[in-house]
Design a protein around this ligand. Structure first.
Ligand SMILES: NC(=O)c1ccc[n+]([C@@H]2O[C@H](COP(=O)([O-])OP(=O)(O)OC[C@H]3O[C@@H](n4cnc5c(N)ncnc54)[C@H](OP(=O)(O)O)[C@@H]3O)[C@@H](O)[C@H]2O)c1
Length: 261
């Protein structure tokens, strides 16, 4: 299927590795020009060079710490004045593992800034131009934990649902301008983040990582973890031209792991 986004400009955040990098690859494969952002400038530069040479698209990198409110404001100005993306992928690192009790106030506040406030400000900045051009795609990576809380990830379980509330509210306001706003929920996609979470849980429970992963696989009807390519294919579709009637939605990519309907 032609995703109809050749020549569109995409801003992909959290793009230095994992699902963000896979989405940048998928969009480059569809002919999108890219601005890729994260903190690790070397990894971004390497990916930008790879995408430009493999797909002949224009690539730029943007070094950003999304937990830094001042840096996010600078990015917002760049979005409105220079980057002017047609497609925005909101993504950043997940908060540290913990239970619900005893989390320090500054950990909650940093996670709120990083997961919620930066998403709100960056999205606001991006939709200005999208509405004016009467075409735009906003997609935010959240987590399966918003529909089925994940043990020992209380900060993520608590704050990520707010992104869905924001996205659904915004979707209603901009749908008439050709701009779609959706949220995508990963569940056990094989990345460094997944391995870090498994290591933290293995230590907490006094188990080995393979033991813990075997138990985790038992809860996934697909019987395996997802690949970043599988996740990116769904994300790229949601940001494509044919997905023009999908908005205000929350889409799972979890091998059936979430138990509720
Ligand atoms: N993998 C899963 O199954 C799964 C499940 C549920 C939820 N999630 C969530 O989905 C998101 C992406 O996950 P992933 O598995 O792809 O993780 P990952 O491999 O750790 O990648 C995270 C990306 O976010 C960037 N990042 C982290 N902190 C940042 C910051 N403060 N400012 C800017 N960029 C930052 C990282 O780059 P730099 O370090 O270079 O900044 C990296 O490019 C995370 O929020 C994760 O918690 C993942």
């Amino acid at each position: 299927m032609d995703l109809g986004i050749r020549g569109k400009k995409a801003l992909v955040l959290g793009a230095s590795q994992g699902m963000g990098a896979a989405i940048a690859r998928a969009l480059a494969g569809e002919g999108c020009d890219l601005v890729i952002g994260a903190r690790s400038k070397d990894a971004l530069a390497e990916l930008a060079a790879e995408l430009a040479s493999e797909h002949g698209v224009a690539t730029e990198t943007y070094g950003i710490d999304l937990s830094n409110a001042a840096a996010v404001e600078k990015l917002c100005a760049a979005i409105e004045n220079e980057i002017k993306p047609d497609i925005l992928l909101n993504n950043t690192g997940g908060p540290p593992p913990s239970g619900a009790i005893g989390v320090a106030t500054d950990v909650w506040q940093r996670a709120f800034q990083s997961l919620f406030m930066s998403t709100v400000r960056i999205t606001e900045a991006a939709v200005v131009g999208m509405r004016a051009r009467r075409w735009g795609r906003v997609l935010t990576i959240a987590s399966s934990g918003v529909q089925q809380p994940i043990p020992n990830l209380a900060v993520s379980n608590s704050l990520r649902p707010s992104v869905i509330g924001f996205s659904k509210s915004l979707a209603n306001e901009v749908a008439g301008d050709g701009v779609t706003v959706n949220v995508i929920l990963p569940g056990r996609i094989e990345t460094n983040r997944m391995i870090q979470i498994d290591q933290a849980n293995a230590e907490r429970q006094g188990k080995s990582v393979p033991e813990l992963q075997a138990a985790s696989l038992g809860n996934i009807p697909a019987g395996r973890f997802g690949t970043t390519e599988e996740f990116a294919a769904v994300a790229a579709f949601l940001m494509s031209a044919p997905a023009s009637y999908v908005t205000g939605s929350t889409i799972r990519v979890d091998g059936g792991a979430i138990k509720g309907i």
